[in-house]
Design a protein around this ligand. Structure first.
Ligand code: 5GP
Ligand code: MG
Ligand code: MG
Length: 183
């Protein structure tokens, strides 16, 4: 392992790739059952949801369409600003459609409540939320996730799509960063 290896920057692995894979399969089975006979539009929130979207949609057996939104929330820091700006809008017209928002993680839920409201306003038949990770603060949020992979402690995490200053999204595990990374 050389100094450029990602693992040198990690403190604790909170969920391994294998644990995450197994949980994705369970969520996919639940979602398949709930959407049987329908064709939901899975809306991934870029960039963080790129990994969970690709794993989740392939673990599902029902027909789906996949679309993406990009919104600004965190920038390169570690706290939510509460300001949500659409950087990339949907391509699919979701009027009359069953929409499942796919998120990497919910912390304050500010991003999510904005998105749920925004998509409902376009006349979606239903709007639900799947998130791979959820932090304790999310329990105070104005909106609840319908499918949750793992509840986490209140720590800043990276990997499985989640970044710090643009990096670590490609880490297969979910981990906290070593203090030297922040200095
Ligand atoms: P919220 O609006 O729920 O506070 O935060 C939503 C977004 O903030 C998430 O989709 C994610 O991009 C980012 N975020 C929240 N907590 C974490 C974290 O622990 N690690 C990383 N890398 N991003 C986070
Ligand atoms: Mg996200
Ligand atoms: Mg980020």
């Amino acid at each position: 392992m050389d100094a450029a290896d990602i693992s040198a920057d990690l403190e604790h692995v909170l969920r391994t790739a294998d644990q995450i894979d197994a949980r994705v399969a369970e969520l996919a089975a639940l979602i398949d059952a709930d959407y049987a006979g329908r064709r939901p539009v899975l809306v991934g929130v870029l960039n963080g949801a790129m990994i969970v979207m690709s794993d989740l949609c392939r673990a599902m057996h029902c027909h789906v369409e996949v679309d993406w939104m990009a919104v600004s929330s965190y920038g390169s820091g570690t706290r939510s600003s509460g300001v949500v700006r659409i950087l990339k809008d949907l391509t699919v017209d979701v009027a009359g459609r069953d929409v499942l928002i796919v998120e990497d993680i919910i912390d304050t839920g500010l991003t999510l409540s904005y998105l749920v409201h925004n998509i409902a306003t376009r006349g979606a038949a239903s709007v639900r939320v799947a998130t791979m990770f959820r932090k304790p603060e999310a329990l105070n949020a104005p909106v609840e996730a319908d499918y949750v992979g793992f509840d986490l402690p209140d720590e800043f995490v990276v990997g499985y799509g989640l970044d710090y200053a643009g990096r670590y999204r490609n880490l297969r595990d979910l981990a906290t960063l070593a203090p030297h990374v922040y200095r």
